[in-house]
Design a protein around this ligand. Structure first.
Ligand SMILES: NC(=O)c1ccc[n+]([C@@H]2O[C@H](COP(=O)([O-])OP(=O)(O)OC[C@H]3O[C@@H](n4cnc5c(N)ncnc54)[C@H](O)[C@@H]3O)[C@@H](O)[C@H]2O)c1
Ligand SMILES: O=c1ccn([C@@H]2O[C@H](COP(=O)(O)OP(=O)(O)O[C@H]3O[C@H](CO)[C@@H](O)[C@H](O)[C@H]3O)[C@@H](O)[C@H]2O)c(=O)[nH]1
Length: 436
């Protein structure tokens, strides 16, 4: 089957290569000529493990191509995926103008039956709106072309996008016609995952509600962690004990410095905004967001409680990306910690295995170190912000020798207390040992 994917960000690229693995022929479209130029050369403009080699293989086989021209991509494609961004507007609602532009362009150029699949995360009712936009363009052209709009939300996690695409927990298909449903069944025929066939509106809500509950689990555990800190309880042990209950599950129970990334913050906000416009309070989501906003400040306040004033203190910041295995800095907690540390008078030397330059541009005062050992030189304290695998394997004795102070603040609850303490360092975690 020939498939066009509009937008070559995380979702567009992952969709393209994973559908390519299923035997389909893919054409990726992006308005960004630089991105397309790189992709045509097999260069991935983002860091996502495993994806670049797959692009190169599929380019060489001729089963994957890229273009900046939607018009050129449309005629041969039976299915058109929309995978453009839906960032937050200042009022919290998602900005749908990229989706709108693509829908209009599709309406301008289609001449035969297509299934248009929305993969972007969008509010309930967007599939109907996309249908209207396309119909209006067809009316303007005085042509009649049949098409269907399907909602097929994406659930991949950055850093493990390929694995998630190959082995999804479920595929959600919100189709409004039998013809579209059958086409989508062919698209995903070779994926071994449960398929939920539902309406487009239900599919759109499934995506927002899924992200919102995951974000809420994190904020809930961050609240529990702060209580654990007062009661000398280790929240990691609590999470372990809770997670074995199958009704709760072990995932997304890790307390830390809060959630970041391009999805949770904007999607929780968008669902909250959707509630507001429907006159529905959504107070849980309000608190989910509040707790997340406050978490970096709470971590810094705890550091001040432990270290005294941070004025003149040297802090080694380990990790800048919003999570490991990505170079994505969107809503990264590091970008919230840095101004707070600076405002408190601390000097920061940061390190990250992948992403440093954009942080240096945004915060010229931050020193950038090649690795954790360089960052720790003369430091009063180490602060772990992103739990990259390389940081979990640190030789803490080597770190101790280089530091001036002896404090390790684990804002991800990812380090082994025993290993840190065996090196003669004092450990602090979020609602773990050392917190109060
Ligand atoms: N990043 C994730 O992990 C993830 C996971 C699930 C769902 N989503 C959702 O998927 C959508 C895309 O997310 P992303 O992170 O891939 O976005 P992104 O911002 O990384 O990429 C979007 C791409 O679309 C391109 N684009 C914009 N307008 C275009 C147009 N008119 N024609 C062609 N290309 C156009 C941009 O140049 C950009 O390359 C969002 O709605 C997001 O919420 C993202
Ligand atoms: O127990 C946990 C789990 C995660 N996080 C943080 O939560 C954020 C988001 O992590 P994760 O969900 O792994 O990354 P994303 O790539 O943003 O993926 C989320 O957002 C995507 C975009 O909608 C969805 O497709 C995914 O299903 C959803 O997990 C990161 O800052 C993590 O550090 C925690 O603090 N504690």
């Amino acid at each position: 089957m020939k498939i066009a994917v509009i937008g070559t960000g995380y979702v567009g690229i992952t969709t393209s290569v994973s559908l390519g693995e299923l035997g389909h022929e893919l054409i990726g479209v992006d308005i960004d000529p630089e991105k397309v130029k790189k992709l045509k050369q097999g260069i991935l403009p983002i860091y996502e493990p495993g994806v670049e080699s797959l692009i190169q293989r599929q380019l060489a086989a001729g089963s994957l191509t890229f273009t900046t021209s939607l018009k050129e991509a449309l005629p041969d494609a039976e299915v058109i995926f929309i995978a453009v961004g839906t960032p937050s507007l200042p009022n919290g609602e998602p900005d749908l103008h990229y989706v709108e532009a693509v829908a209009r362009e599709i309406g301008t150029h289609i001449n035969d039956y297509k299934v248009i699949v929305n993969k972007s995360t969008v509010p309930v009712g967007t599939a109907d709106w996309v249908r209207d936009l396309i119909e209006r363009e067809l009316e303007r052209r005085h042509v009649k072309v049949e098409f269907d709009v399907v909602s097929n939300p994406e659930f991949l996690q950055e850093g493990k996008a390929l694995e998630d695409a190959r082995h999804p927990d479920r595929i959600v298909l919100g189709s409004s016609s039998q013809r579209a449903k059958q086409t989508m069944q062919t698209v995903y025929a070779n994926v071994n995952a449960p398929i939920i066939h539902t309406s487009p509106r239900n599919a759109e809500m499934i995506k927002y509600a899924s992200n919102a509950i995951l974000a809420t689990k994190i904020s809930f555990m961050n609240d529990i962690a702060k209580l654990c800190a007062h009661l000398s309880v280790d929240v990691s042990e609590v999470a372990k004990g809770m997670g074995l209950d199958q009704r709760i599950g072990p995932h997304f129970l890790r307390a830390g410095v809060g959630y970041g990334g391009s999805c949770f913050p904007k999607d929780v906000e968008a669902l909250y905004a959707l509630g507001q416009s429907a006159g529905q309070e959504m107070s849980i989501l309000r608190d989910t967001q509040r707790i997340n906003r406050e978490q970096p400040g709470w971590v810094i306040a705890q550091m001040e409680r432990e270290l005294g004033s941070l004025k003149g203190k040297k802090i080694a910041l380990l990790g800048l990306a919003f999570k490991p295995n990505t170079d994505d800095l969107r809503e990264a907690p590091s970008l919230k910690l840095l101004p707070l540390l600076h405002a408190a008078g601390a000097t920061v030397r940061a390190t990250d295995p992948i992403v440093t330059d954009p942080v240096k541009e945004q915060f010229p005062k931050v020193g950038i170190a090649a690795d954790a050992y360089e960052a720790a030189l003369d430091a009063d304290a180490v602060l772990l912000c992103t739990e990259w695998a390389s940081f979990l394997k640190i030789d803490w004795k080597r770190i101790r020798e280089r530091m001036k102070g002896d404090r390790v603040f684990d804002a991800r609850n990812a380090l082994s207390i025993e290993k840190v303490e065996a090196a003669g360092l004092r450990y602090w975690g979020v609602g773990r040992k050392g917190s109060a």
